[in-house]
Design a protein around this ligand. Structure first.
Ligand SMILES: C[S@@+](CC[C@H](N)C(=O)[O-])C[C@H]1O[C@@H](n2cnc3c(N)ncnc32)[C@H](O)[C@@H]1O
Length: 227
């Protein structure tokens, strides 16, 4: 069980370059998702253009390279990117600025707070790429894939929605595949965990894993709602 909403990762790294600081001060307020009043749901569709077809979420987008690629390749999708690390948020903002991306909104906080304000059955695709593995046994409660977070995701995802997960850590590989196997509302649709589809661009953590000779796996699950 992981009902504790404390966050254990880093919120800030090195001081931001002046360009990134300006983006945080000027662009982030325009793209940032504000929490609605108490006991009200967010209207996520209202954040995007009226012809938006689906809403996709990336949890812990890191430096934002995957999210920016997806947003560029899918202009009719509304993307919600969630990240708590300020330097990563600044990096995503610089992609958005340079590529003039119009279909990304940012929740600059722990995604578990977003879970509480998103309306049910609103997400069509969710990405969780290289989540912090927390390999030590005493940190099991910090691992993102756990029954409580899967309950929340299941509530928010539409029938047929896809959840994509990548990891390079051996303990995380076993943990994640086991948790997913034991959770009833996701069907494993991965054909080959060592091979990514063309619409799955590389991230900084995948590059790091390659450089350190760690094999990454790329998992795909389809969400289904039982009648
Ligand atoms: C290991 S990094 C991977 C970054 C990126 N996905 C990649 O593949 O390069 C994990 C990221 O998830 C973020 N993160 C961890 N827990 C989070 C949470 N509960 N809500 C939002 N972001 C989170 C961290 O701040 C960190 O940037």
């Amino acid at each position: 069980m992981c009902i504790d909403l404390r966050f254990f990762g880093r919120r800030r790294g090195r001081p931001l370059h002046i360009k990134n600081k300006i983006l945080i001060d000027t662009l982030l307020p325009k793209l940032s998702i504000k929490e609605p009043k108490l006991n009200q749901y967010l209207d996520p569709w209202a954040l995007f253009a009226s012809n938006t077809r689906e809403l996709w979420l990336e949890i812990g987008f890191g430096s934002g390279e995957h999210l920016a690629w997806q947003a560029g390749a899918n202009p009719d999708i509304g993307f919600i990117g969630c990240e708590i690390f300020l330097n990563g948020i600044a990096s995503l903002l610089s992609y958005i600025d340079r590529q003039n991306l119009k279909n990304i909104r940012i929740f600059a906080n722990d995604v578990r707070h977003l879970f509480l304000i998103m309306p049910p059955t609103s997400l069509y695709r969710v990405f969780l790429l290289f989540p912090d593995p927390w390999p030590k046994r005493r940190h099991i409660k910090r691992r993102f894939i756990c029954h409580d977070n899967l309950d929340q995701l299941s509530l928010l995802m539409v029938d047929g929605a896809e959840l994509r997960i990548a990891t390079d850590d051996n303990i995380a590989k076993a943990w994640i595949t086991n948790q997913m196997k034991n959770y009833k509302n996701f069907q494993n649709i991965t054909e080959n965990p060592l091979v990514k589809s063309e619409d799955w661009p590389i991230t900084r953590y995948e590059i790091k894993a390659q450089e350190q000779c760690r094999q990454s796996i790329f998992l795909r699950y389809q969400h289904y709602i039982e009648n």
